[in-house]
Design a protein around this ligand. Structure first.
Ligand code: MIC
Ligand code: SF4
Length: 657
């Protein structure tokens, strides 16, 4: 039987297990990426594991999320990250050089290789045939030390693309259409593999918009086969020698298939405040728009900004609409500036930002109260923009620019009819991605050779091994689709404590209930209760580490998002699944007790646990965990577990099996 592209890459990297859907597999990681807001913990854990040199082919540390450095704490984090990259042997991309996914795509992404990153949008280079997966930082630290990365073998779903995009429809509309059809949890446990005649009509940057935002489906990854377009893209990046032809066999068998006829697509938009609230733009025409932002790792490339610049050439945006461009990489910025497009946009009324994530997580350009913001980003979770009750819409650069020209949401096709001289700008690649290279410090020529830790950089707290008795109150009951932005928000006031867990913990779940942290601290242990898809969104392990620090011992949820569930294991919190009726019955404040000897049951492979509520009624909760995850949980988390394993094996490489 033939293989899918996913199976081929996994097979090539398989070090444990078999490629059977649902089975745990261990794979070798070729490349890792870390960014500034997850990277400090990655390196602190790498250090705590006693490792002294990066073992993967390549490791790259980016400084991209908080580059305005409002506080010495962020600047110190960047300084520490540079010193860690130098000390342990990673590339270091300086603050302001661009968003990790954009800069990685330009410089390092390579077909056929595996990439693990401590950021949920790591799957971006799937657009050029790389199998790229996002994970918690501790998994990245272990992989960087040469240990395998473990996942449940996902279902591989074939997304067959037919036809060609019509005028004004873009790659963003392809992924918005996927979200419209499948929802933010439709991709959990799946890898989406794009095939079909429509693939060749899409350039690599268009493909990476789709693979990037596959994360919003909850998918493990998304991947495209390689072809002349990939080869051509790599050549324009000056890396043609890294091209590898790779794709599925003709008789590959998929777990499922979805067909999208590109010719049927039209401009789409995701309404506040969930990426899957997708409707055609024409249905929401006329909504007044206060702010428009082009940027992010989804649509912040040179090729994404150029259409906007062309649409704005010789025009002016509305006086009551603000428009900001935040390029995804400094190289994109430099190229647009050299070609005169930046000046053109500025003359139209656009403000230019440095190349950073920034506004995507509420750092700068926070919308005004009761206002509407249209962004080309991938997430519009409530409050993520930096203000509660925000109204953030997600759309393509073309739709965003049309709104800035008109001052209200408008289908660009209708705007073109109205203006008479507005043409679909198309999608164009530069002949050559040329720009300064001095913002990437190589491991061969590092600036530092020892760690530099500012006063805000603390240790990573450890948890005791799992005990026999776990009980305590239901500290908080939450709805479906709680994001990691709810658990540990990423806004500026909070982000600066990413390397200081005791302080960061004070903000845990503050967006849901501002008294939560104190209540959790006052109680001796306790549980979180949630609906479906608990922990969707970011890969930030802080969303498990901080509850652990506050004494949370278990989460009872109807279902979990993939990365967050792995993070719960990594920090010794027991993730238990409950059914909808029991979820309805449990109330916040109820007294919860796991009846079984928990440590014993976890170790022995027990799948069902009896949970007693208020000493009054019982429910059955399920622990869906591999043997490896059970050992990690029982040891109190992956850091302790991995150290223990290394000590007993006498080896330097972190073995966590
Ligand atoms: C995000 O888009 O939510 C982030 C900020 O990039 C996170 C990483 C983080 O929390 O530092 C992610 O996507 O993993
Ligand atoms: Fe940065 Fe936003 Fe992309 Fe996360 S989603 S990496 S915050 S641009």
């Amino acid at each position: 039987m033939g293989q899918t592209l996913t199976e081929k890459i996994l097979d090539d990297h398989l070090v444990e297990g078999e490629l059977e859907t649902g089975e745990e597999i261990g794979i070798e990681i070729d490349q890792v990426l870390t960014q500034d807001t997850t990277g400090t913990l990655v390196w602190l854990q790498f250090e705590a594991l006693g490792l002294d040199e990066v073992q993967t082919e390549l490791a790259a540390q980016y400084c991209d999320h908080q580059t305005y450095q409002f506080d010495f704490k962020n600047t110190d984090d960047h300084r520490f990250l540079r010193s860690a990259a130098g000390t342990f042997g990673a590339y270091f991309s300086r603050p302001g050089n661009g968003i990790c996914h954009n800069v990685h795509k330009e410089n390092f992404a390579a077909p056929g290789k595996t990439l693990l990153g401590s950021d949920s949008h790591t799957p971006t280079p799937g657009g050029l045939g790389q199998l790229a997966i996002g994970s918690g930082g501790l998994d990245v630290a272990v992989a960087m030390g040469g240990g395998p990365y473990y996942i449940e073998m996902p279902e591989v779903v074939n997304v067959r693309l037919e036809g060609e995009l019509p005028e004004w429809a873009t790659a963003k509309d392809v992924i918005l259409e996927m979200l419209r059809r499948l929802s933010v949890k439709g991709g959990v446990g799946k890898i989406f593999e794009y095939t079909g005649p429509g693939v060749e009509s899409l350039s690599v940057p268009e493909r990476t918009t789709i693979t990037n935002m596959g994360t919003e489906l909850g998918a493990t990854s998304s991947v495209f086969p390689t072809d002349e377009k990939t080869e051509d893209y790599l050549a324009r990046q000056g890396r043609e020698d890294e091209y590898v032809e790779i794709g599925p066999d003709e008789d590959a068998e998929y777990d499922d298939q979805i067909t999208i006829d590109l010719s049927d697509l039209e401009p789409l938009i995701s309404e506040p405040s969930m990426p899957d609230n997708v409707v055609p733009v024409r249905e929401v025409e006329g909504v007044d728009v206060d702010q428009v932002i082009i940027g992010s790792c989804t649509n912040g490339g040179y090729e994404d900004i150029l259409p906007s610049a062309k649409m704005l050439e010789g025009r002016s945006i509305q006086p009551d609409t603000e428009m900001i461009v935040a390029p995804g990489s400094k190289k994109a910025s430099e190229m647009l500036a050299r070609e005169g497009w930046t000046a053109e946009m500025m003359a139209a009324g656009v403000n230019y930002s440095e190349a950073t994530c920034g506004a995507c997580i509420g750092i700068g350009h926070v919308p005004g109260s009761d206002s509407v913001s249209l962004r080309t980003f991938n997430r519009n979770f409530e409050g993520r923009s930096g203000i509660e009750d925000d109204n953030v819409y997600l759309c393509s650069p073309e739709v965003a620019t049309a709104a800035a020209i008109k001052g209200e949401i408008v289908d660009p096709r209708n705007l073109a009819d109205e203006l008479g001289d507005l043409e679909d700008p198309g999608f164009e690649l530069p002949d050559e991605y040329a720009g300064a290279e001095n913002d990437i410090i190589t491991p061969d020529d590092p600036v530092d050779d020892e760690l530099v830790k500012g006063p805000n950089i603390g240790d990573v707290p450890l948890k005791d091994p799992l005990g026999a008795d776990i009980g305590g109150p239901a500290l908080l009951k939450m709805d479906d689709n709680i994001t990691t932005d709810h658990i540990i928000p990423a806004t500026q006031d909070i982000l600066m404590y990413r390397s200081n867990i005791p302080k960061l913990s004070e903000f845990t779940l503050s967006r849901v209930d501002e008294d939560f942290a104190q209540r959790a601290l006052d109680s001796d242990g306790g549980f979180l209760v949630a609906g479906e898809n608990y922990g969707q969104g970011s890969s930030r392990e802080h969303a498990a580490l901080c509850p652990m620090f506050l004494g949370v011992e278990g989460v009872l949820a109807q279902s979990f998002a993939r990365i967050h569930k792995a993070n719960l294991f990594n920090f010794g919190i027991v993730p238990l699944e409950i059914d909808a009726d029991d979820y309805e019955q449990i109330e916040q404040g109820d007294d919860i007790e796991i009846v079984d000897d928990v440590a014993d049951a976890v170790r022995s492979g027990q799948e069902e646990f009896t949970v007693r509520v208020n000493d009054d009624w019982e429910l059955t909760a399920a622990l869906d965990a591999s043997e490896r995850e059970r050992r990690i949980l029982a040891d109190g988390g992956k850091l302790t577990h991995t150290k223990k394993q290394a000590e007993s094996s006498g080896s330097d490489a972190p073995a966590d099996d």
